[in-house]
Ligand binder design. Structure first.
Ligand SMILES: CC(C)(COP(=O)(O)OP(=O)(O)OC[C@H]1O[C@@H](n2cnc3c(N)ncnc32)[C@H](O)[C@@H]1OP(=O)(O)O)[C@@H](O)C(=O)NCCC(=O)NCCS
Length: 199
């Protein structure tokens, strides 16, 4: 049966996962909490994205493309929209990581969520990203999503290693999809995770 049949849509509508706040510890011993985002996190999340963008390597959107207030507005809407997943990793009152899954609204593609993730500089390589991604994929599975899709720059070896360890597979490469600095181009790697396939 093609994706998006009646049974599949019903399972998406019925599945509910309660994301409870959970205390965690990084591999180097720092405490942090994983919890569902609240609308009041929007400004902190916009700040996190701005900081990661300013690193100039990992994200498609240029630092100048969005003002923090307008991004905070859109994030607040995303958090308020039923059906999406927005999780935050918090440590000492600061947002240090985020994973977001936006579920497609189209009747023929509402079996798919699109994922983005970022962890603040200084909190990477200590297991936090893997933990928030794992939680988001558990949510996707419980919610009845068949597929989670993402895209990543092919030179982001750390992110690709983490995605592959969690079961994402490479689906294709869009060549010269984005313009980089000084007349260069950047390819985009498309990856997908399928709920029926366990890593
Ligand atoms: C990608 C990201 C979400 C991963 O989260 P993280 O918390 O750093 O990841 P973890 O600590 O859970 O795991 C990282 C793993 O990658 C490994 N790794 C680090 N650099 C690597 C590299 N160049 N090649 C392969 N593996 C690498 C680490 O050793 C670690 O593996 P281990 O657990 O076996 O030691 C995070 O680094 C990040 O936000 N980066 C900047 C923004 C970004 O790239 N977002 C994704 C855009 S698509």
């Amino acid at each position: 049966m093609p994706h998006g049949g009646v049974e599949e849509r019903r399972s998406v509508a019925m599945a509910v996962t309660d994301i409870r706040a959970a205390q965690r510890t990084t591999s180097d011993g720092r405490r942090w909490t994983l919890r569902a985002a609240r609308p009041t996190d929007a400004r902190a999340l916009a700040g996190l994205f701005a900081d990661v963008r300013a690193e100039g390597r990992w994200l498609v959107t240029l630092p100048t493309a969005l003002s923090e207030p307008s991004e905070a507005f859109f994030i607040g809407e995303m958090v308020r929209t039923a059906g999406n997943l927005v999780l935050v990793a918090e440590a000492d009152g600061e947002v240090v990581g985020n994973v977001l899954i936006g579920v497609e609204r189209n009747q023929v593609s509402d079996h798919i969520g699109t994922l983005s993730v970022c962890v603040r500089h200084g909190w990477r390589d200590v297991g936090l990203g893997s933990a928030i991604l794992r939680a988001s994929l558990d949510w996707a599975r419980d919610r009845g999503l068949q597929k989670v899709a993402l895209s990543v720059f092919p030179d982001n070896e750390r992110a690709i290693a983490v995605y592959e360890r969690l079961g994402f597979v490479r689906e294709g490469l869009r060549r010269r999809q984005y313009r980089g600095p000084h007349g260069t181009f950047r390819d985009e790697l498309l990856m997908g995770w399928f709920s029926e396939v366990r890593p």
